[in-house]
Design a protein around this ligand. Structure first.
Ligand SMILES: *Cc1c(COP(=O)(O)O)cnc(C)c1O
Length: 422
């Protein structure tokens, strides 16, 4: 469910016409809906036990205005770098709602997180545990730790976003869990608080969640027998969203919540969740203008002014995104199969192949849907194309929440060394 719909024949975000925004902001641009973010957060929070911490995954959408919208509703943040930690804090999310995940935390990032007194570190390896212990002792403090367990469960999603099998770099293998907890207990700079698991992203089948949660629930019991105080269970993120209108809808948060409760009811743990995509994906669209319609020998190309530098998901994950005209097509309007492509000089700069769309012409606007997660955060300036700006809408109000960079901004980042200027 989202708040993008045709109003008076024009696709609108809540009450703001995307045509108006395109005129005011220029194309391409991302547009997010506050009401949609809010709705998704509420639906998820109502599906899981009441006192849970819902730590929004900042890597899905790190815009300060998005983080503040969610933070004001009570969300925390799941961060995977010092930069994300600072963004979450800058958006006003309290440190006691921040968890720090990721396989490559540096000493500097550990120091930052310890000085902020974040809620928890999700530790992914033994060397990381050792370094965190040293840094905490140097700072005369103690790091609250969950160890991320790799349950060796296949999430049945795209290989590039599978994280819970033995072949991936994530977490500690399930069979070594008890050893590493024993080691953690011997370290004075480490306070064991719980267990963490995250098996992947865009998961549309609930069974892998059930299998993974059952495994970690067993582990919690074993760890308690070993004498560890396990009071938290972090179940990660990963719940999928509908990218294709006509496909079977992915599991709803209530069904996910039932699986969670079934696996964890008797443990008495505070639960932590790290949803990203579920909250943000359908709360954002990427609006772009048709530059040319190019008639090839074999195909008709719709060349738009957004590129893979703005939205890399199709190129990187073979992702499907709905594309719709911003002007509502008349019923029965003629349709054409287009390859929708960007201007970037890569064959993979392809948003959709053989996509049936109402006939379009140069200057028309299109919206790429479900682009609110892993869209702007993964954008780049490839081909010296400044990444698309971001707009947040609330009711009939809107604001530019990330300005468009101009070419001078891009050029100003480069410097000529002395031997080229003399
Ligand atoms: C990416 C990530 C998430 C968020 O995943 P979604 O599929 O967007 O919900 C949560 N936790 C960790 C550790 C991650 O790496």
């Amino acid at each position: 469910m989202n708040y993008f719909s045709y109003q008076n024949g024009v696709l609108s975000a809540e009450s703001v016409s995307l045509e108006t925004l395109a005129r005011e902001v220029g194309t391409p641009f991302y547009c997010y809906s506050s009401e949609t973010l809010t709705l998704h957060y509420k639906v998820f929070s109502e599906a899981v036990p009441k006192d849970s911490l819902i730590a929004f995954s900042v890597k899905a959408n790190g815009n300060l205005a998005v983080l503040k919208t969610l933070g004001d509703l009570g969300a925390g943040a799941d961060v995977v770098s010092g930069g994300e930690l600072k963004k979450a804090r800058a958006a006003g999310i309290p440190a006691e709602r921040i968890v720090f995940s990721g396989v490559g935390k540096t000493r500097a990032e550990m120091k930052l997180a310890l000085s902020e007194r974040i809620y928890q570190f999700n530790v992914e390896s033994e060397p990381e545990l050792e370094l965190l212990n040293i840094v905490a002792l140097e700072m005369k403090t103690c790091a609250p730790v969950c160890v991320r367990i790799n349950p060796d469960v296949d999430a049945k999603t795209h290989a590039k976003i599978t994280t819970g099998t033995a072949e991936t770099k994530f977490g500690i293998p399930f069979v070594h869990a008890r050893e590493i907890y024993k080691k953690a207990a011997s370290l004075k700079g480490i306070e064991i608080v719980g267990v963490d698991v995250h098996i992947g992203s865009q998961i549309t089948d609930l069974e892998p969640f059930g299998a993974a949660f059952a495994r970690v629930a067993e582990l919690v019991k074993d760890l308690r027998i070993d004498g560890h105080a396990i009071s938290r269970l972090d179940l990660g993120g990963g719940l999928g969203v509908p990218y294709e209108r006509n496909n079977e809808p992915p599991p709803d948060p209530e069904a996910y919540g039932r699986i969670v409760k079934h696996a964890t009811a008797t443990l008495g743990c505070r639960l932590v969740f790290e949803p990203g995509r579920l909250i943000a994906a359908n709360a954002g669209v990427l609006v772009s203008e048709v530059i040319y319609v190019k008639q090839g020998d074999a195909k008709t190309f719709l060349i738009i002014d957004a590129g893979m530098n703005d939205l890399i998901r199709p190129a990187m994950y073979d992702a499907y995104h709905e594309i719709v005209p911003v002007r509502e097509p008349a019923p029965g309007a003629p349709r054409i199969a287009y390859d929708v492509v960007g201007p970037v000089c890569e064959t993979s700069d392809l948003f959709a192949a053989d996509r049936s769309l109402p006939q379009l012409k140069s200057g028309d606007l299109v919206a790429i849907l479900t682009a609110g997660a892993y869209g702007a955060t993964m954008s780049s300036a490839y081909n010296a194309r400044p990444p698309a700006p971001e707009v947040l809408v609330k009711g009939d109000e809107w604001g530019i929440v990330r300005a468009r960079q101009d070419h001078d901004d891009l050029i100003a980042r480069d410097h000529l060394p002395g031997w080229l200027t003399s």
